[in-house]
Design a protein around this ligand. Structure first.
Ligand code: FES
Length: 108
């Protein structure tokens, strides 16, 4: 597998998340308030909830159901009730487009 084009950076509104599925892997793609793009597993490890429907913070993505926030850097939950991490994926920006390889996991 290799990196796949997801969207243009400018298509990602700041402080919002978008759910994409690449090779069957659900990924939350986030553009934080500083404009940096992150990609983490989209399924909360506490329940079957899409994290991209949650709240974007500067350091992670918060699940709307019970409030666990998952770090963009490590995928680890920064608070309970979740205690298992989500995967973190490498993001490449090429000519203004976002590329993600679902097989390349930086954490977990
Ligand atoms: S389902 Fe996400 S914190 Fe409970």
């Amino acid at each position: 597998m290799s990196a796949q084009k997801v969207c243009g950076v400018e298509e990602l509104s700041p402080a919002t998340a978008r759910r994409v599925v690449l090779d069957g892997v659900a990924i939350a793609v986030v553009r934080d308030s500083a404009g940096e793009v992150h990609a983490i597993g989209d399924t909360c490890t506490h329940g079957d909830i899409s994290l991209s429907e949650g709240f974007v913070e500067d350091d992670g993505l918060e699940c709307w159901a019970h409030g666990s926030k998952f770090s963009f850097a490590t995928g680890k939950p920064l608070n309970l009730p979740a205690y298992e991490p989500v995967p973190v994926f490498a993001v490449e920006i090429i000519d203004g487009d976002v590329y993600i390889d679902p097989a390349v996991r930086l954490a977990v």
